[in-house]
Design a protein around this ligand. Structure first.
Ligand code: UDX
Ligand code: UDX
Length: 485
């Protein structure tokens, strides 16, 4: 330990995980330095700005900046001046195989062994496949033996379970902490680091490296399975006139199932579920213990996002405002509310919008999008298009829109008044893929509304009856009257 037994912690990687870990460990009272190879990121942090949007993060960073929280791009100094090093660099999945790419983790490991000047505890915070922490240990043993180094490196696996949007809360009040160690020394250090959580009686699971690594992947795969499962049950509700809200509530009240992660959606996204399900499935196949359930979850969720455009087209065709032709969406203005993969983040990774925006453009739509935080990140990953615009307000986004698609359930969208929306749009048509608008309000304002897992609504206002009838007659069906359709 550093002088006076005061523990100094270095975090390598100033991404979501690294920054949240740094800010929260500083809040726990430790002296923390966070390092990133991107100088621009460090410059921003040194100017008191967070390079990512995460509620409460910037506040916490600024609270501790220059007191017990520092930023640097000098990894050598970081390694040499700290007792405990957390590795929080990205572990993206290989686009072809789905295997986690560990090159950044092992690059950092090589830097640690190169610059080692005293005993260290090295903690993997990044999500790494089962076996990686042991491989890291072997890497350090070989490297230090090769140099005849008198020092020791103790490795630890301490996977992170934070959710974007509530990451600070998740770190400060976790359901549990998982720590894989193989020495009393590293165990005592980790115990000291997480002591502030004893106040909340947070359970700590002390285990071996492999079980700790596996717990992280299994948790994410299980949660992704819950989401994919409820989404398929939502499909079934749509075909059978069931209502997913009631089904999910009934399911969730069974304590063995629990009510969380049973909200139907356009499909899960983010930096973790898609990547971690692929990685664990890949590993399982390699080890000849296939996870056929997880394989199906991956396919189910991918198809859900890919099929959103077909769903939108099918629904629009059933409203009085669009026809069934292949060119029905040509020149129509689509308003899109929500781009990030979930609310309270600017993260676009694997977001359903990455499918819907290009598919709407390909169908000939003019797309006008609004997201409270994700414009910049969206512009980085969605190709420029003359018919695509990112608007600065909901009003600009909705103006003269022929239909609206809701992809992310930001709170400010929930608060919108359907009466006002109707005055802004050309047609009262909404694809509400996060079920944020109450059906009775939609009915009251005469909206055609597509929901996930419950019956779609079709406008029954007298003014629209004529159009519906005309279509029905064209299709050989019976005319309707002014009752719920
Ligand atoms: C994290 C975890 O690392 C990943 O395993 C988990 O599954 C999801 O969250 P995240 O923090 O979101 O990843 O990654 P990212 O936002 O990509 O940040 C990683 C940071 O590490 C980047 O700022 C990158 O510049 C930095 N980095 C990467 C280094 O400083 N050095 C390197 O060698 C590689
Ligand atoms: C997840 C895990 O929850 C977290 O423990 C892990 O460390 C990282 O991965 P995150 O990706 O930030 O966190 O978000 P989360 O809230 O879990 O949502 C993931 C995706 O599932 C989002 O696209 C969300 O919209 C979707 N989802 C979630 C649903 O569609 N329905 C639900 O009921 C819950």
């Amino acid at each position: 330990l550093g002088k006076n037994g005061f523990m100094k912690i270095g975090i390598i990687g100033a991404g979501y995980v690294g920054l949240v870990t740094a800010a929260c460990l500083a809040e726990f009272g430790f002296q923390v330095t966070c390092c990133d190879k991107q100088q621009a990121r460090i410059d921003m942090l040194n100017q008191g700005k967070s390079p990512i949007f995460e509620p409460g993060l910037e506040l916490l960073l600024n609270k501790h900046a220059d007191k017990n929280l520092f930023f640097t791009s000098d990894i050598q100094k970081l390694i040499q001046h700290n007792d405990v090093l957390f590795i929080a660099v990205g572990t993206p999945s290989d686009p072809d195989t789905g295997a986690a790419d560990l090159s950044a983790v092992f690059h950092v490991a090589a830097q640690i062994s190169d610059h080692l000047n005293q005993d260290k505890v090295v903690v993997t915070k990044s999500t790494v496949p089962v076996g990686t922490t042991r491989r890291l240990k072997q890497h350090f043993t070989d490297a230090l033996q090769g140099k005849n180094s008198p020092h020791n490196i103790h490795v630890v696996s301490n996977p992170e379970f934070l959710r974007e949007g509530s990451a600070i809360e998740d770190f400060m009040r976790p359901d549990r902490v998982i720590i894989g160690t193989d020495s009393d020394y590293s165990k005592s250090i980790m115990d000291m680091i997480y002591r502030p959580l004893y106040l909340y009686e947070t359970p700590i699971v002390w285990t071996d490296f492999e079980s700790a690594e596996l717990t992280k992947y299994a948790s994410n795969a299980f949660l992704a399975t819950k989401v994919a499962f409820i989404n398929e049950i939502a499909n079934l509700c749509e075909k059978t006139n069931g209502t997913i809200d009631d089904v999910a509530k009934g399911l969730g009240l069974d304590k063995r199932i629990g009510h969380k992660f049973l909200h139907p959606s356009p499909g899960y996204g983010g930096s973790c579920f898609p990547k971690d399900t692929l990685a664990i499935a890949h590993l399982a196949t390699e080890k000849n213990a296939p996870l056929t359930i997880v394989d199906s979850v991956i396919t189910s969720n991918d198809n859900r996002k890919k099929n959103l455009i077909t769903r939108i087209q099918g629904f629009l065709g059933k409203t009085p405002y669009f026809d069934h032709s292949a060119t029905a969406l040509h020149g129509k203005k689509a308003a899109l509310l929500g781009l990030s993969f979930k609310p309270n983040t600017d993260d676009m990774r694997e977001s359903p919008a990455l499918y819907v925006v290009p598919d709407l453009l390909a169908a000939g739509c003019i797309v006008s999008a609004f997201d409270p935080e994700a414009h910049e990140t969206a512009q980085q990953v969605i190709e420029d298009h003359p018919k695509l615009s990112f608007e600065n307000s909901i009003t600009d986004c909705l103006k003269d829109a022929d239909f609206l698609v809701i992809l992310t359930e930001w709170n400010q969208f929930r608060a919108l008044d359907l009466g006002e929306i109707k005055t802004m749009m050309n047609n009262p048509v909404i694809c509400d893929y996060r079920n944020i608008f109450a059906p009775n309000m939609a009915k009251q304002h005469g909206f055609c509304m597509d929901y996930v897992g419950k019956p779609a609504l079709f406008s029954t206002e007298t003014a629209h009856i004529e159009m519906i009838n005309k279509k029905n007659i064209d299709n050989g069906a019976k005319p309707v009257s002014a009752v719920d359709g």
